[in-house]
Design a protein around this ligand. Structure first.
Ligand code: FUB
Length: 329
C-alpha cells in the first residue's frame, strides 16, 4: 500500500497538470463537518482550495509543496457553499481555476478565477460562467489551442435536473435521483467550447455521447457499471481522445475513446477498481514520458467517505491504446 501524496490535509478530486516542467495538483480540500451524511452529498462541505506541486512522483514524495489557500468561499460573491472538484488550465501565460459551487439559490454553477502563476492566488470573476450548471469541470486545451470544458454530475451534482433543457432547472429532480427503466438512455456529460478569454462558453453546451461498443447506441440508464455519473476528465495520447469518468454508485473509474474532443465516444473499459470510500474521482497526466493516474480514496481517514486523500499511480497502455485496469494502491 503506497502512502497518500498529501497527508497533512484531507484532499480529493485531484486535477493534475504539468506547468513549467512541474506537476501541479488542484484538489478539493475536505474538512470535518457536523452535517448528517446523505446521498445528496451535503457532508462534502468544502470552503477553500489549496494548490500543491511537486517535481517528482516517486516515493517518498519528498518534494510536495502546499502553496496554501488560493481561493475561499467568501472570495466569490455568487457562492453560498460547497466548493467541489476544481480544475485548472493555462493559456498565454494566464492560469484559470474552474470550480463548481452552489449559488445563493442552492443551484450548482461553475465559476472561474484567474491568476498569473499556476499556484495562484486566483481572483474569481463576480458571476459564474454564463450557461454553466452542475459540477466537476474538467478543462482541456487541444494542440490547436482550442479550449473545452467538460462537466456534469448526477444526484447531488444536479445533472438530472436539466432533462428539459440546459437552461431549465427542474427542482423536483433534486437529490439522489436519475432516470431508470427499460430502453431509457443514461444522461450524458456536458461539454462546451471555451471562448478565447477562457472565462466564457463559445456556443451552446452540448451532450457528450458515450456509446456501448457492442451496439453503437448510447449507454442505458440502468447500466450503472458503465453510465456516466461524475468526475469528467479528458486527455489525449497518440491522437486518441480519452474521456474518463466515475460510475458513482458502482465506484469504477472508466474511460471511452474518440477521434474528436466532442465525441461521440465509445466505452472501452475500467481504469481503476473501487477504492476505500464512496466517491472516486481522478485525472490522468503525462509527466516525463510516463502516464500517471491521480485519484483519491479514504485510507487516511480509515474509511470516512467525505475525508479523502490524494493518491497517484502510474498507468499503462497496450499497443492498441487500451488502458490496463489498475487495482487500488
Ligand atoms: O468532492 C465533492 C464531489 O465528490 C465531487 O464533485 C465528486 O466528483 C465527488 O468526488
Amino acid at each position: 500500500m503506497s502512502p497518500p501524496l498529501i497527508t497533512h490535509l484531507y484532499t480529493a478530486d485531484p486535477s493534475a497538470h504539468v506547468f513549467n516542467g512541474r506537476v501541479y495538483i488542484y484538489p478539493s480540500h475536505d474538512r470535518e463537518t457536523d452535517i448528517a451524511f446523505n446521498d445528496n452529498g451535503d457532508q462534502y462541505d468544502m470552503a477553500d482550495y489549496h494548490v500543491f506541486s511537486t517535481s517528482s512522483l516517486e516515493l517518498p514524495y519528498s518534494d510536495v509543496v502546499d502553496h496554501g489557500v488560493v481561493l475561499r468561499t467568501e472570495d466569490v460573491p455568487w457562492v453560498s457553499k460547497q466548493l467541489w472538484a476544481p480544475d485548472a488550465a493555462e493559456k498565454d501565460g494566464k492560469y484559470y481555476l474552474y470550480f463548481p459551487a452552489r449559488d445563493k439559490e442552492g443551484i450548482f454553477r461553475i465559476g472561474v478565477a484567474v491568476g498569473d502563476t499556476p499556484e495562484g492566488p486566483f481572483t474569481a470573476d463576480p458571476e459564474p460562467i454564463r450557461g454553466s450548471f452542475s459540477i466537476d469541470p474538467a478543462s482541456f486545451v487541444d494542440a490547436d489551442g482550442a479550449g473545452y470544458l467538460y462537466f456534469g454530475g448526477l444526484w447531488g451534482g444536479q445533472l438530472q435536473c436539466y432533462q428539459g433543457g440546459n437552461d431549465k432547472f427542474d427542482a423536483s429532480w433534486q437529490g439522489p435521483k436519475e432516470p431508470s427503466g427499460l430502453n431509457t438512455k443514461a444522461l450524458l456529460p456536458k461539454v462546451a467550447k471555451l471562448g478565447t478569454d477562457m472565462r466564457s462558453f463559445d456556443g451552446e453546451v452540448q451532450d457528450l455521447f458515450i456509446v456501448a461498443p457492442e451496439t453503437g447506441e448510447p449507454i442505458e440508464a440502468d447500466d450503472h457499471d458503465r453510465r456516466f455519473f461524475e468526475a469528467a476528465w479528458m486527455h489525449k495520447r497518440n491522437g486518441i481522445y480519452y474521456f474518463s469518468y466515475s460510475t458513482g454508485d458502482t465506484h469504477f473509474l472508466v474511460y471511452a475513446t474518440s477521434s474528436s474532443p466532442l465525441g461521440p465516444f465509445t466505452y472501452r473499459g475500467r481504469i481503476l477498481e473501487p477504492v476505500l470510500g464512496w466517491t472516486t474521482h481522478h485525472s490522468i497526466v503525462e509527466f516525463e514520458g510516463r502516464w500517471w493516474l491521480f485519484h483519491h480514496d479514504c485510507e487516511l481517514s480509515k474509511g470516512v467517505d467525505h475525508l479523502r486523500c490524494v493518491q497517484v499511480k502510474e498507468i499503462f497502455y497496450d499497443r492498441e491504446g487500451r488502458i490496463t485496469t489498475e487495482k487500488p494502491v
